[in-house]
Write a protein that binds this ligand. Structure first.
Ligand code: ZN
Length: 134
């Protein structure tokens, strides 16, 4: 089951510049910051009620975030839904015709097992499924 929106990912050119903006907007400082070397990104998380905002800065030109910004500019990059059983959801959604960007979930930021649905099968919105690693 897609339980709730876990976070909204926002692609930014410079996380330090964006931290200043989001600190002022949300009237708080980030709850955590993490580099995901496998994805070549630096992530910065804010809390907003039950959900989070994830700022994503590319650490190299090879990063998907760098390519996204080059094509579409900064802005909303993905919506992440929390799931209780990521493998069951992948099977269910594949049966519904959704296409994933990878075959298997992988360890992403924030201690989560994650996988992405290709935007071509979800109205041009990149969707992340994430399950807490216990
Ligand atoms: Zn995310």
């Amino acid at each position: 089951m897609l339980e709730k929106i876990d976070h909204i990912g926002i692609a930014v050119k410079n996380a330090d510049a964006s931290i200043a903006i989001f600190n002022a907007l949300l009237n708080q400082i980030p709850i955590k910051e993490e580099r995901v070397e496998s994805e070549n990104v630096r992530t910065v998380f804010y809390k907003s009620g039950d959900s989070k905002i994830e700022l994503l800065e590319a650490l190299s030109d090879e990063s998907a975030i760098a390519k996204f910004i080059e094509k579409r500019g900064e802005g909303v990059h993905h919506i992440a839904f929390a799931v209780d059983d990521i493998y069951a959801e992948i099977t269910r959604l594949k049966n519904e015709g959704f296409v994933f960007t990878r075959d298997e979930p992988f360890v992403g930021a924030d201690n989560k097992l994650v996988i992405f649905i290709h935007p071509k099968s979800s109205n041009s919105v990149l969707i992340e499924l994430c399950q807490e690693i216990k």
